[in-house]
Design a protein around this ligand. Structure first.
Ligand SMILES: Cc1cc2nc3c(=O)[nH]c(=O)nc-3n(C[C@H](O)[C@H](O)[C@H](O)COP(=O)(O)O)c2cc1C
Length: 385
């Protein structure tokens, strides 16, 4: 049997190391990298340190309940798999493996518009799923995606509003990252040094944007950077009018992903949106943004009674999740953590990432002296410098 090294992974950082080992440099760079100087990305992590936990002692924590309900959907833990474009670049099992592991963990899986497996095929994996939507220039195409998502049983739509043009990810340019990978001397050599990934990639069906294929997508054939694709297909003219339009097209729960300002949160609420994902796209879009965890308290105060708030960006530990819930979030999305697992070992790796996080949340809740997510509130947090 192939050694995956998962038994040597004790936290998400260990899974990251395994992913780095298995992936060619350009693939790992696309997964792990930030935009420009990486300030948003680093801040996502560092900001968690400001929020200190204040444990209560002598509480009976023999039975801690980590389950919750997110927009009416039961979840066994306050974590959600974030939408990630083209996961089959990292492992041929892609979204199927990820959705299966999410279902086994009893949590929600979010499928990207830029999925590498068609949404209908992913929908055939049991378990609750959301569909992440990008606003294409072609509204007819967006309407088709919405109708297909609804017909295939996706429970909620999540409109991403912070990536209507690609972020400036210089490492992708430097590494020659493209879809499909461009065969230069350097990339061929790099790929040869990662035989497991290479075998997987070359022997499995081609990686494409499976939800939106065909002649409607000019530029989807041949070598193209993801940045070029996004720039050609998505519209930078997306506004609140499109949110109003989308609200009319879809009567299920609607979230907006990429909100960081309380005024925008109010605007979303006024237009009948049901939830927000406070996010800077994992530091991959605008550099130097505020960190989602830093704006969470204010946004929760402004709209928390009316909207369900999810946050993402830099969540790597159970304590990160606990802090977010205590400050007013309903759940946290994780992006890279489960994709590190996928990259390292397919479905078993995704399962490992979810198991690790769940075990950490459980242990930390016990050590914090808190028995359920409903009990978790600002009293457990002290804000430091
Ligand atoms: C490789 C990769 C691809 C992504 N693709 C998408 C996408 O297609 N749609 C989207 O809304 N967000 C996308 N994101 C952002 C994630 O949904 C999420 O906001 C981010 O990863 C959270 O930060 P974290 O990776 O630190 O957990 C992507 C992130 C990564 C790492």
């Amino acid at each position: 049997m192939l050694k995956t090294g998962l038994s040597d992974c004790y936290n998400i950082a260990d899974l990251r190391k395994r992913a780095r080992r298995r992936l060619p440099k350009a693939m790992f760079g696309y997964l792990d990298g930030f935009a420009e100087d990486g300030v948003s990305g680093r801040r996502n992590r560092n900001s968690f340190d400001r929020f200190q936990l204040v444990p209560r002692v002598l509480v009976d924590v023999a039975d801690v309940d980590l389950s919750t309900s997110i927009l009416g959907q039961h979840s066994e833990a306050p974590i959600i798999c974030a939408p990630v474009a083209l996961p089959r670049l990292f492992h041929h099992q892609g979204e199927i493996a990820s959705a299966q592991a999410a279902n086994d963990a009893g949590i929600i899986f979010t499928l990207s518009t830029l999925a590498s497996i068609p949404m209908e095929a992913v929908a055939s994996v049991p378990g609750p799923k959301w569909f992440q939507l990008y606003m294409y220039r072609d509204k007819g195409l967006v309407k088709e995606l919405v109708d297909r998502a609804k017909a295939s049983g996706y429970l909620a739509l999540c409109l991403t509003v912070d990536a209507f043009i690609g972020g400036n990810r210089e490492q992708d340019l430097r590494n020659g990252f493209s879809v499909p990978p461009h065969p230069s001397m350097r990339t061929i050599l790099e790929t040869a040094l990662h035989p497991a990934w290479c075998w997987d990639y070359l022997t499995k069906p081609k990686v494409t944007t499976a939800n939106v294929s065909g002649d409607r997508i000019a530029g989807s054939e041949g070598k193209t950077t993801l940045l070029e694709y996004v720039t050609k297909q998505l519209t930078p003219s997306v506004t609140w009018k499109d949110v109003e339009w989308l609200r009319e097209q879809f009567d299920g729960p609607l979230l907006i992903k990429g909100v960081l300002c309380a005024d925008d949160a109010e605007q979303a609420r006024n237009l009948g949106v049901n939830g927000l994902v406070l996010s800077n796209h994992g530091g991959r879009q605008l550099d130097h943004t505020v960190a989602p965890i830093d704006v969470l308290p204010e946004i929760a105060r402004r709209v928390g009674d009316d909207l369900e708030i999810v946050i993402d960006g830099g969540i790597r530990r159970g304590t990160d999740v606990i802090k977010a819930i205590a400050l007013g979030a309903k759940a946290c999305m994780i992006g890279r953590p489960y994709i590190y697992g996928l990259s390292a070992a397919g479905q078993a790796g995704v399962k490992k990432s979810l198991d690790l996080l769940r075990a950490e949340i459980l242990r930390d809740m016990q050590l914090l002296g808190c028995r359920s997510l409903a009990e978790l509130n600002g009293k457990f947090i002290r804000i430091g410098e």
